[in-house]
Design a binder for this molecule. Structure first.
Ligand code: PMP
Length: 399
């Protein structure tokens, strides 16, 4: 791995400081200068998009729509109008539930949800199932902690209306073969909604190669701002969907007792959007083009491997995450993950602890929380050694 590549990537992030080690990129990534500058520029100018005729507003509208094209290109979507801006992955799932599935779902219908899901790709389905007296069918994991696609066909029936599945678990780092999952779903005439929140960062996604009905992620995990999400909708599904929120700019005509909805994507984007965030995310996507993402990813997973090699010497250490992942999730028997995280914080190290918004997955794994150190390409070997030393120190204090 070229040191200069890592050093120049690292130099992009003003939040990095020598006294603090950031190992929480799976929760939210640090922000590059390119994004920060674009957001600042927006606020130094400002204007409202899609509404006004003055030049500043028109220019911002162009930037906003250009960001949509960049998001489409990033996942190889042919049409930028297949991209809906949301405020995050969570809102994207709620949108799919309300706009697509609610009117299709009837009593006793089924939604298959993998046991690996973050609550964002579980709770909206439970809420909808309760409302419509439908059922959630859990898709168990196989021995490699991946949703078991061998048994998926046996769970699908003519009542199955949608399969909700993650591309990559935020707890274990396990990666699902979405190509296979979607071909199983489609051979049974079933829609598939894929949570790309972690997968997009580490593996990318190509909707021109793998046909999915819905693919979504939050910008903030991909070096973008908070409050921005990308929802890709397959063009064949758009006509089966209804607007879910009403308000300005989602319609072409309104009178006192009715309205005509705009075409997608605008009918799903009621109200003034997070313009600063979306333009900032456009700058992130533009900036990302300059970096060899697969090489950088390998560096991050090498660091996680290196930390695992050393920490595995600790008594009671058990790795929860899968091999070859930049996410290192572990427990130390007899020590609560939150206690360990507090002692790491006192040594200026940021990790995530607890249940990681995935209560059912913790139950399947037979654990009650864990530490997740998520490595990013800007992390260094020196930081990795310091992190390991800090864990050893914390464990010696708590044991
Ligand atoms: N899915 C996964 C796999 C995640 O890791 C997260 C964030 N932890 C989400 C969904 C939800 O993202 P957000 O809170 O940004 O909507």
């Amino acid at each position: 791995m070229s040191r200069t590549l890592i050093e120049s990537f690292r130099a992009q992030f003003p939040a990095i400081s020598p006294d603090h080690i950031y190992l929480d990129s799976a929760a939210t990534a640090l922000k590059p200068k390119a994004m920060i500058e674009a957001t600042l520029n927006f606020y130094q100018g400002t204007g409202n998009i899609h509404r006004s005729q003055y030049s500043q507003a028109l220019q911002l509208t162009n930037q906003y729509e250009h960001a949509r094209s960049l998001a489409a290109n990033f996942i190889h979507a042919a049409e930028s109008h297949s991209i809906i801006w949301t405020k995050g992955a969570t809102e994207a799932v709620n949108l799919i539930a309300s706009s697509y599935l609610e009117h299709k779902l009837t009593v006793d219908d089924e939604i298959i949800v993998s046991e690996s899901e973050h609550h964002a790709n579980l709770i909206p389905w439970i809420m909808l199932a309760k409302k419509k007296q439908a059922k959630i069918i859990p898709l168990p994991l196989n021995n490699s902690l991946v949703p078991d696609l061998n048994i998926l066909p046996s769970l699908i029936s003519n009542k199955t209306k949608l399969i909700a599945i993650t591309q990559m678990s935020n707890v274990t780092g396990a990666v699902t073969d979405i190509h296979l999952a979607s071909s199983i779903a489609h051979s049974h005439n079933c829609a598939i909604a894929v949570d790309g929140s972690q997968g997009i960062v580490h593996h990318g996604f190509d909707v021109s190669h793998t046909e999915v009905d819905f693919y979504f992620f939050s910008a903030h995990k991909l070096y973008g701002p908070t409050g921005v999400g990308v929802l890709y909708i397959h063009p064949d599904r758009i006509d089966e969907m209804y607007p879910w929120q009403g308000g300005g700019k989602m319609l072409s005509h309104a009178k006192m007792d009715d309205f005509i909805a705009e075409d997608a994507p605008y009918c799903f984007e009621a109200g003034t959007p997070n313009t600063a965030g979306i333009i900032g995310f456009g700058a992130t996507l533009n900036w990302l083009k300059d970096w060899p993402l697969d090489i950088l990813e390998r560096h991050a997973s090498d660091l996680a491997q290196c930390a695992d090699d050393r920490l595995s010497q600790l008594v009671g250490y058990k790795k929860i995450s899968v091999d070859n992942s930049s996410i290192l999730t572990f427990i130390i028997k007899g020590i609560h993950s939150n206690d360990l995280a507090i002692l790491l914080s006192e040594q200026n190290i940021a990790v995530r602890s607890g249940l990681h918004c995935a209560h059912p997955l913790n139950k399947v794994l037979g654990i009650n929380g864990s530490i997740r150190a998520s490595f990013a390409p800007f992390n260094t070997l020196d930081e990795t050694y310091r992190f390991c030393g800090a864990v050893e120190k914390a464990v010696s204090m708590l044991a």
